[in-house]
Ligand binder design. Structure first.
Ligand code: C5P
Length: 395
């Protein structure tokens, strides 16, 4: 990817700090980054940080004699293979949707003839406002691609959609759009992710703390290598990675049916934290509070999706499971490989605080041939490494 270049427009939002990490990821992958920092953006990150990480000059002003002498703004807008706006603020989206050109960032967006990817970031009410949604629709109709926003706690103290997608997810979307090597082109992949939700009655449920981050990152990494990916997901706060078809489910039984409907596939990666049991009798009436408290909720076993896919008639060529372990990680992973009938187990050590729901993962890849221990790394990096290994295996 040495010759590929991204023009990165950094808007004014608290998420701007994530664009420094994005710049680092792109540079590490050999992608050139030429930053444009808006005036509002410079309130959040400095031109110096951006320039140091991008290893390039930062452009900031439309009417700068020195900048214009070096590279005119029209030339700048076409100097890269892709224009990325991260964070794409409500203001930048509004300007681009309406063709305003009063500063360098908006002029660049109006003058460019290259594909544009936006990673929106704003307060939940600003995101949900009819004006922003109108601008979003207009930009999509103009051919602009989007990654995120995610749902979650916001720096302003509110909760909802509006958080900028994580740098790893933006990175993957960029790599997909830059069209790097696509060794998985023509291959179909099925990924399960997130928790499942099992009804106790129509309003109460049993679930777990899985965030879905690792599974979503794997779906995105496989898509970035050209695979046609179906992501069967329990409820999460994440947006589907670029180029991935997402099927939303709740219970383990729904997840199994959605997986079966997504076959045939060449690859299955089961990352979902499927509930092992569900309430045996979830009636269609709410259990009333008055009277005797139910002494216990009777449970019955859920189907094992990984085992069903591994042992089923339409078995994907490569079936991969995950194993969250707190002790004797590898011994348990080997036993699981045999029991589930899958090809690989990615064992992750959840005894390390912050792994569940966090951004890093320490994993070991257990195959019939042996064990590979990977150093602790970001979940996005684990996903990329795993996708590369899968591509190698299916070559
Ligand atoms: O059995 P255990 O939960 O330890 O195994 C974890 C692996 O099995 C994960 O890959 C998970 O996605 C998968 N699994 C499944 N269906 C279940 C339980 C686990 O697909 N009912």
């Amino acid at each position: 990817m040495d010759q590929k270049r991204v023009l990165l427009i950094v808007g004014g939002g608290i998420a701007a700090y994530k664009s420094l990490e994005l710049t680092r990821l792109l540079r590490k992958a050999g992608v050139g980054v030429r930053p444009i920092l808006t005036q509002a953006g410079s309130e959040f990150v400095t031109a110096l940080s951006l320039s140091a990480l991008a290893e390039d000059k930062v452009y900031a002003e439309l009417f700068s004699l020195t900048d214009e002498a070096e590279m005119g703004h029209i030339e700048l807008s076409r100097s890269a293979d892709l224009v990325v706006v991260a964070p794409a603020t409500a203001d930048l989206m509004a300007k681009a949707a309406n063709g305003l050109a009063g500063d360098l960032a908006s002029t660049t967006l109006l003058a460019t003839d290259k594909p544009v990817l936006m990673a929106p970031a704003m307060n939940v009410r600003m995101w949900q406002h009819a004006a922003t949604q109108r601008n979003l629709a207009a930009l999509k109709a103009d051919g602009v691609s989007f990654v995120g926003p995610d749902e979650g706690a916001m720096a302003c103290g509110e909760y909802g959609p509006g958080r900028m997608a994580e740098p790893a997810a933006i990175f993957q979307a960029i790599m997909g759009m830059l069209g790097g090597a696509r060794p998985l082109a023509g291959k179909r992949a099925l990924v399960t992710a997130g928790p499942t939700v099992e009804a106790i009655d129509p309003v109460r449920l049993l679930t777990n703390r899985s965030s879905g981050k690792q599974g979503y990152a794997i779906a995105g990494a496989l898509a970035a290598l050209g695979a046609e990916v179906t992501l069967v997901s329990g409820p999460t706060a994440l947006s589907a990675p670029a180029g991935v078809r997402r099927v939303d489910v709740e219970s383990a039984r729904d997840m199994l049916s959605a997986c079966e409907a997504a076959l045939p596939a060449d690859i299955a990666v089961c990352v979902a934290a499927v509930a092992d049991w569900r309430p045996a009798a979830a009636g269609d009436r709410k259990i009333k509070k008055d009277g005797q408290a139910p002494g216990a909720i009777a449970l019955t076993e859920n189907p094992d999706i990984l085992a069903s896919l591994s042992k089923g008639k339409a078995r994907p060529r490569l079936v991969i499971g995950f194993a969250a372990e707190t002790n004797d990680v590898e011994v348990h992973a080997k036993a699981k490989l045999a029991k589930k009938g899958c090809d690989w187990i990615v064992a992750n050590d959840v005894s390390v605080a912050g792994t569940m729901g966090g951004d890093d993962n320490a994993v070991a890849l257990v195959t019939k041939g042996g064990i590979e221990r990977w150093e602790r790394m970001a979940k996005g990096e684990v996903a990329r490494r795993l996708a590369q290994r899968i591509a190698q295996e299916l070559k």
